[in-house]
Design a protein around this ligand. Structure first.
Ligand code: ATP
Ligand code: MG
Length: 569
């Protein structure tokens, strides 16, 4: 998808923005915002919204994008989430500059605006319980019923509202509601709540408030107060747009701004859940090791897995912005990572399934330094030193006593193969465990004239990776697979029932090149012929840990190819 990629078409939101700019609307300015609720870590779906909102700001000289925490649910929010969100947005490569806001910054203002609605007869204090409100609301096919408090005078409403704020009433005993239309076909317009009583300590405002504004009221006003021009959100808010506009229209004299809400479709990835509620469940119930578990679709999980900001940005740019369902194969995300790492990951060698090889004609104590390129194409990435010794490890899968077919270009009894960047060796003898019959060691010989040179008079086609047995270090290697066994984790109704029991395989004591000792946590390498691996932050000097970011090729595509073929037929 790189060289032949079709010219990028501009999405419908960028088109609207370009038209608005051309028409000089909003004083020729564009201001967007990314408005996360700090009730969990950001995930790949959020990355789509971040790349859209911050991307638009980057693309237009007169544009900025705000980071605003939509923090109206103190019980579910906390500082840890706030800090993680800031870190993830920055890591993705975006900058809100001085434009960091909290909806809670506007609690005083929101309170004043709620009073305006009351005074204008556009809001009332309702004494119905939560259950009664639900009952009065009606259904999609039946209209709702008016609250008995609906016709209360503004004076009574104002008095009750102030007393709600002053803590005179129990949680849930009263709500402030917009007075719109209980028969509206749009249920969101059936006198929605504006404020509720909730005695909860807020991470920003402490115990100042015992009433909190509802999202729909807060969001549009926050947008207007920040002079957001284009309020971009996901499609589930389409039915809320009339309410967004209703509040802003009623409060136009006070706000003097009316941002435009535009909806686009949410990203959904197969084999993945992207809902904070479900992700929290995975963390809290111990299905994963934490928010940044490399199997999680969170930004922090993807980072720990070895994803680069570029690969995620590329992914977001390629999936596009539309109103049609945005269900993407996870292989597409992996492809974006592979493509990015192919050019920049340094190469190294590591053995996941070690098989010892003793080269009998190699001097016993010799340690030979060999200079190996860090990247086969890009010389600018420099070289490293690898060490050839009499004993080395190769991967068990790279040896067979008898070649199963002509395609097997690895080591076979009595035949030769090249050790990558080193000599050609020949397998002379296979040593087996006398009891189990398992191959425990290979005795080989080497041709000393084959370092950087072809062997004389014969062709050796196979090249395998290897690591010195004495000059290597041992690492723990973690192999990750899909977290769910079903493309749609909701199949059958319970996503927890579809968890893949073998989504993590841990390999201990894998020999890896000693040059990897110096790697920093987060550095990602291509372990030649194996895959891309990223050094885990839990690594210690004695125990480096590497996470498999992605395999070299899409092995899933191979499996699903025949199935796709079948479907076509
Ligand atoms: P979740 O369903 O994970 O709880 P949310 O919408 O409640 O998501 P917010 O913190 O409110 O989470 O989201 C912040 C912004 O990110 C919103 O504008 C929201 O529309 C957007 N967003 C969330 N999930 C996705 C997604 N899957 N695809 C695109 N945008 C998303
Ligand atoms: Mg939300």
């Amino acid at each position: 998808m790189s060289a032949n990629e079709p010219a990028k078409t501009v999405d419908f939101i960028r088109r609207i923005i370009a038209e608005d700019l051309a028409a000089g609307k909003n004083g020729g300015k564009v201001t967007t915002r990314f408005p996360p609720e700090p009730n969990g870590y950001l995930h790949i779906g959020h990355a789509k919204s971040i790349c859209l909102n911050f991307g638009i700001a980057q693309e237009n000289a007169s544009s900025i994008c705000h980071l605003r925490f939509d923090d109206t649910n103190p019980e579910k929010e906390n500082e840890e989430y706030i800090e993680s969100i800031k870190k993830d947005v920055k890591w993705l490569g975006f900058d809100w500059k001085s434009n960091l806001f909290f909806a809670s910054d506007y609690f005083d203002k929101l309170f004043e605006l709620a009073k305006v609605l009351i005074q204008n007869g556009d809001a009332y204090v309702c004494s119905l319980s939560a259950d009664e409100i639900r009952e009065y609301r009606g259904t999609l096919t039946e209209p709702g019923k008016n609250s008995p408090d609906r016709e209360q005078s503004p004076e009574v409403n104002l008095d009750l509202f102030l007393r709600m704020r002053d803590g005179e009433f129990a949680d849930g005993s009263y709500t402030l509601r917009a007075k719109i239309d209980m028969t509206s076909p749009n249920i969101n317009m059936r006198d929605p709540a504006i404020y509720r009583i909730r005695r909860a300590t807020h991470h920003q405002t402490g115990d100042k408030w015992c009433i909190y504004p509802i999202y729909d009221f807060t969001h549009c006003i926050s947008d207007a107060l920040e002079a957001i021009t284009h309020s971009l959100c996901t499609l589930e808010f389409e039915d809320h747009r009339p309410l967004y506009d209703w509040f802003l229209d009623r409060l136009q004299p006070q706000l003097k701004q009316h941002p435009q809400q535009i909806e686009f479709s949410r990203l959904a990835l197969d084999y993945t859940v992207v809902s904070k509620r479900k992700l929290i469940k995975l963390v809290n119930d111990g299905f994963v090791a934490g928010w940044d578990d490399p199997r999680m679709p969170t930004i922090s999980g993807l980072r720990r897995r070895g994803y680069t900001p570029e690969s995620i940005r590329n992914f977001c740019s390629r999936i596009g912005i539309t109103k049609t369902p945005n269900n993407v194969e996870i292989g597409f995300l992996e492809g974006c990572l592979r493509e990015d790492l192919e050019n920049k990951a340094l190469r190294a060698m590591a053995i996941l399934k070690p098989l010892k090889v003793v080269i009998d004609n190699y001097p016993v104590d010799k340690v030979e330094e060999i200079t190996a390129p860090n990247h086969p194409q890009n010389q600018e990435l420099g070289n490293r030193t690898i060490y050839m010794t009499r004993e080395v490890y190769i991967d068990r899968d790279d040896f067979m006593e008898v070649a199963p077919n002509k395609k097997f270009k690895r080591l076979v009894t009595g035949k030769e193969v090249r050790l990558r960047n080193s000599y050609v060796i020949k397998c002379e003898e296979v040593i087996k465990d006398p009891n189990s019959g398992e191959i425990v060691e290979l005795r080989c010989s080497y041709d000393e004239n084959t370092l950087n040179a072809n062997p004389e008079g014969r062709k050796v086609k196979g090249v395998i990776h290897w690591v010195s047995a004495t000059q290597s270090i041992k690492a723990e290697i973690r192999l990750y697979d899909r977290l769910f066994v079903n493309a749609n984790p909701e199949d059958g109704g319970d996503f927890l029932a579809n968890i893949n029991p073998s989504s993590l395989t841990t390999l201990k004591d894998c020999p890896i090149e000693s040059s990897l000792v110096k790697a920093n946590s987060g550095d990602t390498f291509q372990f030649e012929r194996v895959g891309y691996f990223s050094k885990d932050p839990d690594s210690t000097e004695e125990q480096p840990i590497f996470n498999r970011a992605v395999t070299l090729r899409d092995s899933w595509a191979k499996i699903s190819e025949p199935r796709r073929e079948q479907r076509k037929r």
